[in-house]
Design a protein around this ligand. Structure first.
Ligand code: FES
Ligand SMILES: [Fe+2]
Length: 495
């Protein structure tokens, strides 16, 4: 398929034909010869061309005569028309994507949440970003952090990114994992490195039925249990029990492929709940955001129970930006977000892995509250790596954010948000909601990327601080005896 630019160039030349003598000769030069050929064969060709007047030949093959005969105003018109058509196509595409296409906002480590330091002025954009992230990571006092990988379900990939026959290399919990979708549609996750000679199965590996074939010597590993079931140069009976890779327990739910992790090797203690509206497709996808964060994993869900930061960090209107040193500026003081929230552990012992945050958002404009713009939100923190955040807008109805939190390395986390809305909810509004949520997360990232974890915070006698203490006690259920601790000598300082 030619690109839009290619089509536009062709269009321009077609329109320009009218500016040359070719337009009046096109019948004689193309159509008539073809007609003659079809009637009398190629032998008639010389006859056809000999009938063309010498003036016409002269004009076509004599550059000076050709240039003189060009009608330049027609070329100008052709240019105008081509540009008009080009910009119309662009405008239609932009409007379609603006109003109807799902949003995708991605901010990687270094894109947001760092403050430029003095002395980094000579470096260019990418180098400066890398140097800044490395410097902050190196200098920061991490603090006495809890174990780095809590027990629970963690997202490896979004379902849409793994089609049948795809294999992807994923970093999670400090491991490299080969995730692939077998020909029957089921997803599998295997330890990435082949026991034969160490090739990464997901880099160049090919899916064969329900197995992943190593790209190096062709050993095939079964997705269900990681066992090697075929070696191209060796009889099956010679394949030993050691010829296998670890296979991980995964499940696919609400658009995410999730992996169970438990430091003691326990089977899953709970499962992520199904969201009915996604299952029966009564809600539709409105987009995603992705952020890479440099912090201990517990800092991120703890933010939900930290209701005292809501006014300070998330109070200024989103147009005030994400740089916390500037969000309080007086230009935007005529309006602000007002948040009231409370966090509790789910009282059902069967659901003790679930924490519940109830939030009420109001928009205050020139000191007035407009109830129609209110938003009631209930966020369920389901274990350490998943949040279902349900919202209800008086104007547009219900929808949900799904937030997954994946520890890539001890202090590097990936946070992904998906938004789903009911069918009456305009896509543009859903995109705005996701964008607003992403900006609010980016304000938090400025805190997370630079803060120290304090294991014994200086809490004052207040409901707000006591909620954080309550959250920490609740969260401690996700650590167990062998949960891995931070090995400061292995924390990477570069990225
Ligand atoms: S390294 Fe995988 S088959 Fe040899
Ligand atoms: Fe926050």
């Amino acid at each position: 398929m030619p690109s839009t630019t290619g089509l536009i160039v062709i269009l321009f030349f077609v329109l320009c034909l009218g500016a040359t003598p070719l337009d009046s000769y096109i019948l004689e030069l193309v159509v008539e010869p073809m007609y003659e050929i079809s009637k009398n064969g190629f032998s008639s060709l010389s006859h056809v061309f000999s009938n063309l007047s010498s003036t016409k030949w002269l004009v076509i093959f004599n550059p000076t005569a050709f240039l003189v005969s060009i009608r330049w105003e027609k070329i100008f018109n052709a240019g105008i028309w081509t540009l008009a058509i080009y910009f119309s196509i662009k405008a239609i595409r932009f409007l379609k994507s603006f109003f109807f296409d799902p949003i995708n906002r991605v901010r990687l480590l270094g894109d947001v949440g760092y403050v430029e330091e003095l002395g980094s002025g000579n470096l260019d954009g990418c180098q400066k970003k890398a140097a800044l992230v490395a410097a902050v990571m190196k200098r920061r006092k991490t603090g006495d952090v809890p174990p780095v990988y809590p027990n629970g379900w963690f997202s490896l990939l979004e379902s849409r990114d793994l089609k049948c026959g795809d294999a992807r290399s994923v970093s999670c919990l400090g491991k490299n994992i080969a995730v692939f979708r077998a020909e029957d549609g089921r997803a599998h996750a295997l330890h990435a490195y082949c026991p034969h000679m160490g090739a990464n199965l997901a880099v160049g590996g090919v899916v064969k039925k329900n197995c992943l074939e190593c790209p190096f010597h062709g050993w095939q590993f079964r997705g269900d249990d990681g066992k090697c079931v075929h070696v191209p140069y060796c009889e099956d009976k010679h394949i030993t029990e050691q010829a296998k890779v670890e296979s991980y327990c995964i499940l696919e739910r609400n658009g995410f492929i999730m992996m169970w992790h438990h430091a003691e090797g326990c089977d899953p203690l709970w499962e992520p709940p199904i969201i009915e509206e996604l299952e029966n497709k009564s809600w539709r996808y409105g987009g995603r955001s992705e952020h890479i964060i440099n912090a201990h994993i517990e800092e991120i869900p703890e933010n939900g129970a930290d209701v005292a930061h809501l006014g300070q960090v998330h109070g200024p209107i989103m147009t005030a930006g994400i740089d916390l040193a500037r969000t309080q500026n007086k230009w935007w003081s005529f309006t602000r977000h007002d948040w009231a929230g409370c966090w509790n552990q789910n009282p059902d012992p069967e659901l003790k892995h679930v924490g519940i945050l109830d939030l009420h958002h109001k928009l205050i404009l020139f000191g007035k509250h407009f109830p129609v713009l209110d938003l009631k939100v209930q966020a369920q923190q389901i274990g350490p790596g998943l949040v279902h955040l349900m919202f209800d807008s008086p104007m547009f109805g219900k929808g949900a954010y799904i937030q997954t939190l994946t520890p890539i390395e001890p202090l590097v986390q990936r946070v992904v948000h998906h938004i789903y809305v009911n069918n009456f909810f305009p896509t543009i509004v859903a995109k705005f909601f996701l964008f607003a949520e992403a900006l609010m997360v980016e304000r938090d990232i400025m805190i997370w990327n630079n803060k120290q974890y304090i294991s014994k915070p200086l809490f004052l006698k207040s409901k707000e601080d006591s909620l954080i203490g309550r959250h920490r006690r609740w969260y401690s259920q996700f650590y167990s005896e062998h949960s891995p601790r931070l090995d400061t000598s292995s924390v990477k300082m570069d990225w």
